[in-house]
Write a protein that binds this ligand. Structure first.
Ligand SMILES: *Cc1c(COP(=O)(O)O)cnc(C)c1O
Length: 353
């Protein structure tokens, strides 16, 4: 039998994401400034890159953002609690008649990515939509050769999009995609045009069109050096020290005993593990937490729900104290081999947000 009456609220979590809403808002404003006369949207797919739509979307709205992009249809509901449907678009577009019907019911714009999607949308009754054209990433998007199709001509296109494959790199692909996107703008009727993700904004005015679509840099990611001066860290994972232990020389720590104490030492067990997105790549001292400025390295293997840290540099730390995980995105990416995108979107549901 289920627990009746209703299950009481959980006590506070031993794990939380401190999200600097001011930094998030400042990042949006900085990217908006860099976007010049173009409006600046926000990619809030994947639960706002793991931050949580409930935290990120209100902060972005307050900063002045008025356009939001998700990837899946099942991400729409969370955003519509804060934003009018005309301000939301779904990047994957309608894959099924049910998707198209949902778009019509809610008033959210589908981003049409192929002739099949265009026909599906028109058959469902159509209406305002966006169109994604492929200019070289070969992921989603209508091939340029199909732009003249009658179905495209019948679409009521708000934003004509394309997406850059390597905006963070200095490569000729950027210029080629820009040229193709500009050609597409000549070929199809549309209200607004959009090309740039975060790194694309740094490529300059020619890439801005009417609307830019940053994601990563809103949340503290720095995809290219040109943005480093403008972007602030937003996400600070924090965990409680659940237990403090004293090790004798020769004792080992964690699964497979990969760390052996060379001398007596004081260690802490924190409530953070790979189930929370703190992957095993941080094992063996690659990862660390901070207490103030002091760095407390990870000892041994990260396990599912726990990580062990060296308390030598912070002898006053006690059970119940909080530590901050070393997670400055560009540095953490370099240290772990994970991308800044992965580092954000990995952060799990057990963090209080
Ligand atoms: C995710 C996404 C973005 C945002 O990209 P960032 O690199 O995170 O700034 C923009 N446009 C499209 C089509 C996307 O899928």
């Amino acid at each position: 039998m289920p627990h009746t009456p209703p299950v009481p609220d959980s006590p506070p979590a031993a794990l939380r994401l401190r999200i600097d809403r001011d930094a998030l808002a400042a990042n949006w404003r900085a990217l908006d400034q860099l976007s010049g006369t173009a409006a600046t949207a926000a990619a809030v797919k994947a639960d706002a890159y793991g931050l949580g739509v409930d935290v990120a979307v209100p902060a972005l709205l307050e900063a002045g953002c008025r356009e939001f992009f998700v990837a899946h249809w099942n991400e729409v509901g969370a955003v519509l609690r804060y934003v009018a449907p005309e301000q939301v678009a779904v990047l994957h577009g309608p894959l099924t008649p049910a998707d198209a019907a949902y778009a019509r019911l809610t008033g959210v714009r589908p981003v049409v990515n192929s002739l099949a999607q265009a026909r599906l949308w028109l058959e469902a009754g159509g209406g305002r939509c966006d169109l994604m054209v492929d200019t070289g990433i070969n992921r989603l998007g209508l091939p340029l050769a199909e732009l003249g199709d009658a179905a495209v001509g019948r679409l009521e296109i708000d934003v004509l999009h394309s997406h850059l494959a390597s905006a963070e790199d200095d490569t000729s692909l950027n210029g080629m995609q820009l040229q193709r996107w500009n050609a597409a703008r000549q070929q199809v009727q549309h209200r607004r045009a959009s090309l740039a993700n975060s790194a694309g904004i740094a490529l300059g005015e020619a890439y801005h069109g009417d609307l830019t679509r940053p994601g990563l840099s809103l949340y503290g990611g720095v995809p290219c050096a040109a943005l480093a001066a403008y972007i602030r860290q937003v996400v600070w994972p924090e965990a409680v020290v659940m237990q403090v232990r004293q090790l004798d020389a020769g004792e080992s720590v964690g699964y497979n005993a990969t760390f052996v104490a060379p001398a007596p030492m004081r260690i802490g067990v924190i409530a953070l593990g790979y189930a929370d997105g703190y992957l095993r790549c941080w094992s063996g001292g690659r990862g660390a937490v901070r207490s103030g400025e002091r760095r407390l390295p990870v000892l041994g293997r990260v396990s599912m729900d726990m990580t062990v840290i060296d308390l030598a540099a912070a002898p006053e730390l006690q059970e119940g104290d909080w530590v901050t995980v070393d997670y400055v995105l560009p540095d953490a990416a370099a240290a772990s081999g994970l991308s800044q995108y992965e580092l954000l979107t990995l952060l799990g549901r057990r963090f209080a947000r």
